[in-house]
Write a protein that binds this ligand. Structure first.
Ligand SMILES: C[S@@+](CC[C@H](N)C(=O)[O-])C[C@H]1O[C@@H](n2cnc3c(N)ncnc32)[C@H](O)[C@@H]1O
Length: 453
């Protein structure tokens, strides 16, 4: 483990402090590297006390009772930033606690990602087989691993480097179990994982669970939401061609434009209780007063609670007197797909409209402009079709649902070929999971986030 001159390094979960003691001894570190060594428990063993004394004599700050999953609210640390945060051999103690160890990793990543300086790194060392990456010398079934890349990706941390952990570089280091009481463990083929923040990682200000903002829904209702949700909405992914939803919207729009005239409208924002039928009713006045033969397309975000998340849809609305389903959706979409998280080869796929439309709604209305109609009756009908973009990404492009919101991947559309490549070193899955912040927000200040209707 090497640290550049000027680095500020936080060690968490130190057992008996023998690692930081070994690292800081014999002038292995540049003189302007700042170390802070911490451990979970306040009561430490005699061996730990000896090491703590040595560390303090070298001017190294030692803090006891630091929970690696709550660094961002720790009294001593919360206002500081670090270039590196290191957790060697995290473990909740006891056997067969794989799910708890995954949670420990997930919560540690969520908390530490808020404590990094720009370009900072989170470094985790795990025993062979635990991490679940293809390079691991000990291969285990994915379900039997701690899924370290996935846990990190939930905080927008991307795996950038993988190193062998060589304990012989740290003479005096004695790997200790939980509470330093259990006997040591085998770290002979251990791996050190180096993570960096992805391009979309939330900054600390945004991470503050109490920071909320108002957003306005399609019908003028206002809702007060956690900032991270507002930031998601503001990304306007459907208009961003470097994202999966952006490419899908463009694909559908282009396909429709081959047969009909379309107009791309602004984003609609609804809450999960809104029925599509009511949405059509709401827009009926607008649609009826439009004279031209146009199909209106809208990107739609549906705000969901428990956990907070956003569903992304594409809506197609029109007056039936001008169009019928067969004309609009006459041609299926044929495209080439190259999903680099699955394979290097491309393959072709045909998307049938009936399969990708997840809901259709119609509304009989009095025709406000009967003179334009080729029919003599004064009644018309409005139609609305909804496409669930996450479902389409999964079914159409073979992109996992939880990769949908990810930052940092490449989506390139070239003629009929869509190439998708996630940016993580080992792209097992890359998730934008908001539940961590949600529970922080709910437990710390229930009234901060309210659904107004
Ligand atoms: C297997 S030991 C490794 C100790 C030490 N890092 C080493 O390399 O020898 C696991 C360590 O994780 C620590 N730990 C478990 N949960 C923690 C938490 N929430 N915050 C900080 N440390 C934690 C335990 O106290 C224990 O010292």
């Amino acid at each position: 483990m090497e640290f550049d001159s000027g680095s500020s390094v936080l060690f968490v979960g130190e057992g008996d402090f023998s690692f930081t003691e070994a690292l800081s001894s014999r002038n292995k570190l540049a003189s302007d590297v700042t170390l802070i060594a911490t451990c979970f428990h306040r009561d430490v063993t005699e061996r730990a006390n000896v090491n703590i004394e040595k560390l303090r004599k070298r001017g190294i700050e030692v803090v006891l009772g630091v929970d690696a999953t709550k660094l961002h609210i720790d009294g001593t640390l919360k206002s500081r930033k670090f270039s590196h945060i290191v957790f060697n051999f995290p473990h909740v103690g006891g056997k067969m606690k794989i799910h708890l160890n995954r949670t420990l990793l997930e919560d540690f990543f969520a908390s530490s990602s808020c404590m990094l300086t720009g370009g900072g790194r989170v470094i985790v060392t795990l025993c062979s087989g635990q991490g679940g990456i293809p390079l691991d010398p000990e291969k285990r079934k994915w379900d039997d691993t701690w899924q370290v890349v996935l846990m990190a990706s939930r905080s927008d941390l991307i795996l950038r480097r993988v190193l062998k952990f060589d304990a012989s570089h740290y003479s005096g280091y004695s790997a200790t179990g939980y509470r330093s009481l259990e006997k040591g463990f085998d770290h002979s083929r251990a791996i050190t994982y180096v993570f960096e923040r992805g391009p979309g990682a939330l900054n600390c200000f945004q991470c503050d669970p109490l920071h909320t903002e108002n957003v306005t829904l399609y019908d003028g209702w206002c809702m007060n939401l956690p900032y991270f949700i507002c930031a998601q909405i503001q990304r306007k992914v459907c208009s961003d061609l470097s994202t999966v939803p952006g490419q899908l919207c463009s694909l559908i729009h282009k396909q429709l434009s081959r047969t009909v005239l379309t107009q791309f409208k602004d984003y609609l924002l609804v809450n999960e209780k809104t029925e599509f039928r009511n949405l059509l009713q709401h827009y009926s006045r607008f649609l009826l007063t439009q004279a031209g033969k146009l199909i209106y397309v809208y990107p739609l975000h549906i705000l969901k609670k428990s956990p907070f998340s956003i569903g992304t849809y594409f809506l197609i609305m029109y007056k039936n007197k001008y169009f019928d389903f067969e004309t609009i959706f006459s041609e299926n979409i044929t495209l080439e797909i190259r999903n680099l998280s699955k394979s290097f080869h491309s393959y072709s796929k045909t998307l049938v409209w009936e399969d990708i439309i997840c809901g259709s709604y119609s509304l009989p209305v009095a025709d406000s402009n009967p003179s334009e109609s080729s029919h003599s009756e004064c009644m018309d009908e409005l139609s609305m079709y909804a496409i669930d973009l996450e479902q389409l990404a999964e079914f159409g492009l073979d992109i996992e649902r939880n990769e949908f919101w990810a930052h940092g991947h490449d989506v390139i559309a070239d003629c009929h070929c869509i190439t998708y490549s996630p940016s993580s070193f080992f792209p097992i899955e890359y998730v934008y999971d908001l539940s961590f912040w949600q529970c922080k927000a709910e437990t710390s200040k229930d009234q901060a986030i309210q659904w107004r209707n």
